[in-house]
Design a protein around this ligand. Sequence first.
Ligand SMILES: Nc1ncnc2c1ncn2[C@@H]1O[C@H](COP(=O)(O)OP(=O)(O)OP(=O)(O)O)[C@@H](O)[C@H]1O
Ligand SMILES: [Mg+2]
Length: 463
Amino acid sequence: MKRLLIADDDAGMRAALEARFQRRGWLVDVAVNGTEALAKFRAGLHSLVITDVRMPGRDGFELMREVQTSSARTAVILLTAYGCVPDAVEAMRNGACDYLVKPVCFEKLELAVEQVLRRAEEFGKDTETLIGHSPVWEQALDRARQAAATDADVLIEAESGTGKELIARLIHRLSRRKQGPFIALNCTAFPETLLESELFGHARGAFTGAVGARPGKFETASGGTLLLDEVGEMPLALQPKLLRALQEREFDRLGSNQTVHVDIRVIATTNRPLEAAVGEGRFRADLYYRLNVIPISLPPLRDRAGDIPELAEYFAGLYAAPGTPGTRGTNARLSRELLARLEEHAWPGNVRELANFVRRAVALSRGGEIGVEAFDHGKIMPPRLPRSPEWKPGLSLGEMERQLFAMTLESTGGNRARAAELLGVSLRTVRNKVREFGLPPRNNYRNHLLNNVLRNNKEQPCP
Ligand SMILES: Nc1ncnc2c1ncn2[C@@H]1O[C@H](COP(=O)(O)OP(=O)(O)OP(=O)(O)O)[C@@H](O)[C@H]1O
Ligand SMILES: [Mg+2]
């Protein structure tokens, strides 16, 4: 059930709001001041908080800040007197919140509720809960907590879908910058010229179409954290400017020679080891050392398979929750057999792939228990891979290499260009190795894989 917390020192207002929202199916708690509200919030973790700004003791702004640091998924609406509007605007620089000027019109309030809830869902999507207790995951979390206590730049290296952004947001939330903005920029999302202006902003008339001046992400993140996603793909030509911005915390907007100073922490992520990119001349060594002040590497899901059941059950609860858009609101549970099967799977797309599988399984279920057939019938599932290669002391380098090429090609469904990219070698090398090791032709990967699984794991293929 949707939970709402109302904080207002005006009894009439509290009663009116409580009655209206209860009629619309909300479970409502009320509080007479910010302190009581915070205590109730900590006990109830409401999805929406509607609070008066001026209250005795802890005011609405303070309540909002506390709520937002404990839960990114909670939306907050401030009810403010006309004179406080500038403060309300300032308080809402970030996150899912809105304000309404008193006296409040209920229709407007309902509209605002709808909008902030949608934003809270977006904002909180990747931030709320970190699942997992395996030692390798706990180690990574400890490292993130240590990093959060400093103001140093962080480099997160890990496979796709392992939780890099989640960890970056956690570092921000636990850092002294938590009240500041968290701004993310994916370095692959823009062509070179646009990327520069996205990063550093531009002056009016800096290029065709630059009708007005605009700040870049470095500037908007000031006071907070800047996440540079997939920094390894940053074009070489832009790297010196990024290096200077990191070193000096200053830069010029495009087309301007006025230096801008910023106060930020940079967290960079990469799917592919940056050191290899340095070796290949695609990434500047000095920039790599500058970014790599605190390195954090996250384990792929297959290396923390013990966390898979907990993650799967968490996602099942998330996607089966009544009212979750795109789900059926069922009370789906995953059978033990299915959980065991999920635990065996190699999950090349890591946690994101697992989450997508569970979302699909829940959406297709008719409620009740979801059995192992959800996995076996899921044609969308990629083929199963041996969880880890059979590497042990004494194995020859040649055999290790063969297994590595075979596994990588299996994970790309035989796509050699993609395999070359993943392995950080040329397409020609992949072709040569395929010939040298006698690996199967492109379209035979599914069969080859099943044979491999049988050979390695001595188990039966799926029916
Ligand atoms: N430990 C975890 N607990 C709960 N959810 C998780 C966990 N790890 C990852 N997720 C979820 O998996 C998805 C992928 O995580 P995230 O986007 O942080 O990965 P990423 O490494 O940045 O991926 P990419 O390389 O594709 O950008 C997100 O929806 C995230 O919420
Ligand atoms: Mg990411």
